[in-house]
Design a protein around this ligand. Structure first.
Ligand code: NDP
Length: 453
């Protein structure tokens, strides 16, 4: 670690105590940017990185609501408006009991670079709540969303800050949030993305993150004249990103053998085909059940419950070619990275945000596998959110084919940027440096142009 990064990290830790995920995200970016800051002292003297690390604005608020038994419940709501140098704040809302300020700051920080890579004019933000939608009735989720939006509405707007979904926030939640915003403001605008198709949503938005992560993997494989055809793929999670990652892998002739949720994972050696995937979509999106039921329905599959005492995740310990982590942060630790390499995995395309610890990332880089970090590989979701904003502004929807073509083009462009930038800064094949530096340059130049704000 060079002395600039060391001093910067000491300050970040002192100013933002108890936020380990935020420290991790900043460290990864700062290490890549050390290469740029040496060549471009103007960024350093204008303290561009130091300013990007400090959110432009943080909102934290009380979200009171009443459950079905009439008990008063209180959750905490957040919105981090991280950086608006290149466009309105943009980034998802996460509803999960683990949500806290540090996790949302790491996500908002990563979002700044990711949004810049998409080529679209979007700044970075993130928000959410420690509310757990699991086990709640639709009415409880609605009352929570209405209370959450009653406060959030005063801070967001179609030209200011445009939230979307993330863990625990899908079509149902976006619907309740949008309904309340519209009621409060008496305005029908594109203030949220991930909307329903008949009220301003974009085709391909639900599919976009998963499809994008697979397009990115295809691009990485193409650098070695290979494709996904016949490749065995490990997918974690079983939510939005995991489902559409699996669908696109099947389109490209690959074989998916795993899915998970926070209780455990299933391994289906025969492969999860389209019929089985349809079952998972119904199980997770409609019945809101647990992945364990997959192994009850398909007898060839094996379910392994999560063992919190393990220092590795057995999902990552199967013979395979590719891994698509699509659940949550730090789900691949150093042991998991070692197991993946040992089992023959040489393509990792991150659908989740920061799913690999720094030690795991370093192992991937040392072994020179095709490693696509989340900032680049999962940018398809926010890219199509950007396209949804464009369609809302024009009041004109595009066809499925048109949006998918644009998504594919954007993922190719992100891949190209990563490859070219990594090479330009002397680290060919290092997609981490490519994504961090590529995302940084556009934001940094905009910040220089706009003065000290
Ligand atoms: P969903 O809520 O649809 O699905 C999340 C999945 O991950 C579920 O299977 C969930 O299991 C599992 N999961 C969540 N938290 C944990 C945990 N702590 N440990 C183990 N498993 C967990 O979310 P998404 O699919 O939208 O998001 C998945 C990842 O992709 C996140 O990292 C998100 O930030 C990232 N992402 C999402 C984008 C999007 O467009 N939706 C865009 C870019 C990135 P369970 O049901 O048991 O909770």
């Amino acid at each position: 670690m060079n002395s600039y990064v060391k001093d910067l990290m000491a300050e970040v830790k002192a100013k933002n105590p108890s936020e380990p995920e935020f420290h991790q995200a900043v460290l990864e970016v700062a290490e890549s940017l050390a290469l740029v800051l040496e060549r471009h002292p103007e960024y350093r003297s204008a303290k561009v990185l130091e300013r990007i690390i400090e959110p432009e604005r943080v909102m934290m608020f009380r979200v009171p609501w009443t459950d079905d038994q009439g008990n008063v419940q209180i959750n905490r709501g957040f919105r981090i408006e991280m950086n608006s140098a290149i466009g309105p704040y943009k980034g998802g809302l996460r509803f999960h009991p683990s949500v806290n300020l540090g996790i949302l700051k790491f996500l908002a920080f990563e979002q700044v670079f990711k949004n810049s890579l998409t080529t679209l004019p979007m700044g970075g933000g993130k928000g959410g709540s420690d509310f757990d939608p699991k086990g709640k009735s639709d009415n409880e989720v609605m009352r929570f969303c209405q209370s959450f939006m009653t406060e959030l509405a005063r801070h967001i707007g179609p030209n200011t800050d445009v939230p979307a979904g993330d863990i625990g926030v899908g079509g149902r939640e976006i619907g309740f949030l949008f309904g309340q915003y519209k009621r409060l403001r008496n305005e029908f605008t594109g203030v949220l993305t991930g909307k329903g198709l008949n009220w301003g949503g974009s085709l391909i938005r639900p599919e976009a993150t998963g499809y994008g992560a697979v397009y990115f993997a295809q691009e990485m494989l193409a650098t070695r004249n290979e494709t996904l055809e016949g490749k065995v793929c490990l997918v974690s999670g079983s939510g939005n990103v995991a489902q559409y990652t699996a669908e696109k892998i099947l389109d490209f002739g690959g074989k998916v053998v795993t899915f998970s949720d926070s209780s455990g994972y299933i391994y289906d050696e025969a492969g999860i085909d389209r019929e089985k995937l349809k079952f998972v979509m119904e199980l997770k999106n409609l019945r809101r059940g647990r992945i364990k039921e997959y192994a009850e329905k398909y007898r060839g599959a094996v379910y392994t419950p999560l063992d919190p005492g393990n220092d590795y995740n057995p999902l990552w310990n199967h013979k395979a070619h590719c891994a698509f982590p699509s659940a949550t942060q730090n789900e691949i630790n150093e042991n998991d990275a070692r197991n993946l390499l040992k089992n023959g995995v040489y393509v990792v395309s991150e659908g989740a945000n920061m799913p690999t610890t720094i030690e795991g990332v370093n192992l991937f880089l040392e072994n020179r596998i095709l490693y696509g970090p989340g900032k680049a590989a999962n940018a398809g979701g926010v890219a199509v959110s950007g396209l949804e904003m464009a369609q809302n502004s024009m009041r004109m929807p595009w066809t499925r084919d048109e949006v998918d073509k644009r998504l594919h083009m954007i993922m190719k462009s992100i891949h190209k940027t990563c490859v070219e930038v990594a090479e330009r800064f002397g680290t060919p094949g290092n997609y981490v440096n490519g994504a961090n530096i590529g995302g940084f340059l556009k934001v940094a130049d905009a910040m220089l142009d706009q003065g000290i704000v």
